[in-house]
Design a protein around this ligand. Structure first.
Ligand code: FPP
Length: 228
């Protein structure tokens, strides 16, 4: 039995579109259902003894390439959902945070995001970080360029601290829907993470399945490059 502890979980939520298609529904219905899964998983993480942070990939810098109606829908859904979820953030004791370039969003949505962050800032059961308009290569390049501009040395430590996400390293990454790739998500922070890919589509993903995955993670042998 290994001594793995799970503090930081990251999830690439994938498969909303396919979930909807299987049911003959619009893709947007899949996103709505996917938002409900976010609530269930956040509750699970808030109640979990060791999880401190859950980071969820909600909108990548590449997602702007989707049809305009779908992008507009996702923006509206995010705004509506955050406002509507405020009582659940309070109930779960969950703090809301983001990574990514939210300046790319409408002023109204930016305001909603800032307001939910402010109102949940004191919650300590779990920090839920939504990656919004996030791209990892951009994040790394920007951090390096900022250090260079200030004439500072670029080292693992200084670059790691300069990233938008100076949160603790990720222990476990889960991607749903059967795809097995990183899609420009937290490349630096995932350096020593364990990966788990499930075929389940995000809207069908449940806390029970997450618990099974975590149990497998707890039994994995993490060596961080050393011989143990
Ligand atoms: C991937 O499904 C999903 C996303 C675009 C990101 C996750 C979005 C949500 C869970 C929607 C709600 C989010 C919030 C924060 C309210 P996909 O469309 O790529 O599915 P597909 O690969 O089957 O087409």
């Amino acid at each position: 039995m290994s001594n793995n502890i799970l503090k930081h979980l990251a999830i690439i939520m994938d498969g909303n579109g396919r979930w909807a298609k299987q049911r003959g529904l619009m893709r947007t219905k899949g996103h709505e259902q996917g938002a409900n899964t976010i609530r269930d998983i956040t509750q699970y993480c808030a109640e979990h003894e060791t999880i401190e942070t859950v980071t969820l990939y909600a909108f990548s810098t590449e997602n702007w390439k989707r049809p305009k109606y779908e992008v507009d829908f996702l923006m509206r859904l995010l705004d509506r959902w955050l406002k509507q979820e405020l009582p659940t953030y309070h109930r779960f004791g969950a703090r809301f945070e983001t990574v990514g370039n939210i300046e790319g969003f409408s002023p109204k949505l930016q305001e909603t995001i800032a307001s939910i962050k402010e109102q949940t800032a004191d919650h300590t059961n779990v920090t839920q970080i939504l990656a919004l308009n996030y791209g990892s290569r951009y994040e790394i390049a920007k951090a390096a360029s900022q250090l260079a501009k200030r004439g500072e040395e670029i080292t693992e430590d200084s670059l790691g601290r300069e990233l938008n996400t100076p949160y603790q390293d990720i222990d476990l990454l889960v991607r749903t829907s059967g795809e097995q790739r990183l899609s420009n998500f937290l490349l630096w922070q995932l350096s020593y993470s364990e990966f788990y890919f499930t075929k389940t589509l995000w809207p069908d993903f449940t806390p029970m399945e997450l618990e099974e995955i975590i149990n497998q993670y707890l039994h994995r042998d993490r060596r961080f490059g050393a011989v143990v």
